[in-house]
Write a protein that binds this ligand. Structure first.
Ligand SMILES: *Cc1c(COP(=O)(O)O)cnc(C)c1O
Length: 344
């Protein structure tokens, strides 16, 4: 049985990155690469992004940041709270660190002191999501600790950031007010951050007034729309999941991709692309998926589980909507048993 393949279009990725950059200008793009570039692979994506002029990368964890560092001299932001050893490796590799608690801030300062180099930190204000970040009442203390170290030359407060709930425009507007107030308090204390960043894909695209000088964007660069979201001009899926017919049975056509490859077993009923147009998934098994038959179906026929719609199939977001999740989830769940193949 031939392995299923995630075919990735470099040109689609390139044009998405360009479309996003044009849309958010004059803000800059931080290309978010968590979960191995949303399942597509960091290693090929970084050099293309660099060619496109991307100067900031968002890594989440320090390991990913170091993988990106091996491929780029750009600025790399890792925002997971990390161990002292990880923080030390990050600081010595010139990785910018997102910091949202006094304990971690002190740990990063200590790491920089041990190494004798300056750490670039981005202080996170909790603007309502309550998912890490200094609470407004903790902010002045965080600023005081960071500024004291900055005056000693041990850290540079390179950024202020937060993450929006994106539950309603009103809430996000309130978050922006809290964010700007935190920035002002840092400036009052003598801080002068290089960048301010608050928004991810959707808010960066649709709500220009919320953008900071930098936008942290993953999904839209990989062509993943928001669930139930509208079409995005100039942005298209970059990946197609392709599998081959292994067997024809009484119940339908068996295709060589299943739960073992990361396909959610709840996908029944979703349309996939076949040589004779769209057919529905009957059932997802461990390593095969049964699809409604078509005239002349034969072993070896190509089935596109999701993609760019060329064979009538849905994109990853459409699949995700069917099971009440988001497109990112479909892509990042694909296991290494799915071969990633790069196309122009
Ligand atoms: C994942 C993530 C992003 C990017 O979100 P997208 O919707 O994929 O653009 C930005 N910021 C943080 C903190 C994230 O975790």
């Amino acid at each position: 049985m031939s392995a299923p393949v995630l075919e990735i279009s470099r040109s689609a990725f390139r044009s998405n990155v360009q479309a996003v950059r044009e849309r958010i200008a004059p803000s800059d793009l931080m290309l978010v690469m968590k979960d191995d570039a949303y399942g597509h692979g960091v290693d090929w994506a970084v050099p293309i992004a660099v060619e496109c002029g991307v100067e900031w990368f968002g890594a989440y964890d320090v390991d990913t940041a170091l993988r990106i560092r091996a491929l780029s001299d750009g600025r790399i932001f890792a925002w997971a709270t990390s161990t002292p050893q990880e923080a030390e490796r990050a600081v010595s590799a010139g990785i910018d660190l997102g910091v949202g608690s006094a304990g971690y801030l002190r740990g990063v300062i200590a790491a920089a002191e041990r190494l004798g180099v300056r750490a670039d930190v981005h202080l996170k204000i909790d603007t309502g999501l309550h998912r890490n970040g200094f609470r407004p009442e903790e902010w002045d203390q965080a600023v005081a600790i960071a500024r004291e170290a900055e005056i000693r030359g041990i850290v540079h407060v390179a950024g202020v950031w937060s993450h929006l709930a994106e539950a309603s425009d009103e809430e996000d507007d309130q978050s922006r007010v809290a964010f700007l107030s935190a920035v002002a308090r840092l400036q009052d204390a003598g801080g002068s951050p290089d960048v301010l960043h608050l928004t991810a894909s959707a808010a960066s695209w649709w709500r220009p007034e919320l953008r900071g000088s930098l936008c942290r964007i993953g999904a839209f660069c990989y062509g993943i729309r928001s669930a139930d979201g509208p079409h995005l001009d100039g942005v298209r899926p970059i990946a197609r999941l392709v599998a081959r017919v292994t067997r024809i049975t009484d119940q339908g056509v068996e295709v060589g991709v299943g739960a073992y490859h990361g396909l959610p077993s709840t996908l029944r009923g979703v349309g996939v692309g076949t040589p004779r147009g769209v057919r529905r998934i009957v059932r997802v098994d461990a390593d095969t998926t049964v699809v409604e038959s078509w005239p002349g179906a034969a072993a070896g026929d190509e089935v596109v589980v999701f993609g760019a719609g060329e064979q009538g199939e849905a994109d990853a977001t459409r699949l995700a909507e069917h099971i009440d999740t988001v497109g990112e989830e479909i892509l990042t769940r694909l296991t290494p048993a799915v071969r990633r193949v790069l196309r122009d």
